[in-house]
Design a protein around this ligand. Sequence first.
Ligand code: ADP
Ligand code: MG
Length: 303
Amino acid sequence: MIVVDRAIKVYESRGEKITALREVSLRVPKRSVYTIMGPSGSGKTTLLNLIGGIDKPTAGTIIVDNINVSSLTGEDLRKYRLHKIGYVFQSYNLVPTLTALENVLLPMTLAGRPDRERALDLLRQVGLEGLEKRFPEELSGGQQQRLAIAVALANDPPVIIADEPTGELDLATGERIVRLLLDQRDRHGKTVLITTHDPRVARMTDKVILLEDGRILGEYEPSKIHDIAGGTATGEVSAERVIVEYIKKRLAELGEEMRRLADAFARGEVDPDTFEEKYRELKTLQKAFQAELSRLGAGPEAL
Ligand code: ADP
Ligand code: MG
């Protein structure tokens, strides 16, 4: 169980104060998979870092598995990170000079319990059987993501936090990653907290929390989201409105990215191949989000 109580995070950089979290309170029960969605810069990574013991809140408390994380220091903090939390970083944090198997063995070794059989079993669980001897760069993006999850599970932590573990581009890979995490909930009673931009991925989880500008906008149960036009119960309608607003914001962000890319291309800062590839990716995403809006009954005309 994760309990975040009125967490505030203020960063100071070059004399300027940036408030990343404004009194965020949140409970993630044991044996559940929660998703945090929100535009870029809304505070998702900051929140995960506080829970993961990587950063400290400016105010408020974080309790994980009855441990007051915000008060831990030194060896206690190191042990907390090693045993209680499996952190899947946005950048995967794999060691490039170690094989897949060695990457999984690393946290076990740091904990003084290297277990080759368990490492091999974890690699099997994430579908990387036969690739144990590959180095990270010899694996596809999706395989690296799954390896990062196997590494996070190495010391059997009760809590898994994953920062954008699913790319938006490839729904099949995203679904596979989420299934893997749902399976950890069902078979091992894990508590899982992930961030994503992808509403299709969020929909597979137990609860979605929307973050904006360091505040929680709302929580909703994905199973209750049907059709914004047909919603009746007030709570459901507002949850749908919130998700529709979110998708519209994300679409605006994508539009902005496409404009910036086109400008850079026009100025000759981006070569034609890169431009075309990037533009096509963004276009694919835009279509996926527009389809999601239509699915929610908001339709592209609602833009
Ligand atoms: P998200 O993961 O939702 O994109 P972040 O948690 O990374 O958002 O960032 C939230 C806000 O805090 C942003 O305005 C970001 O610029 C700022 N921020 C994040 N990390 C730092 C840092 N180390 N120093 C200063 N500002 C930061
Ligand atoms: Mg982030």
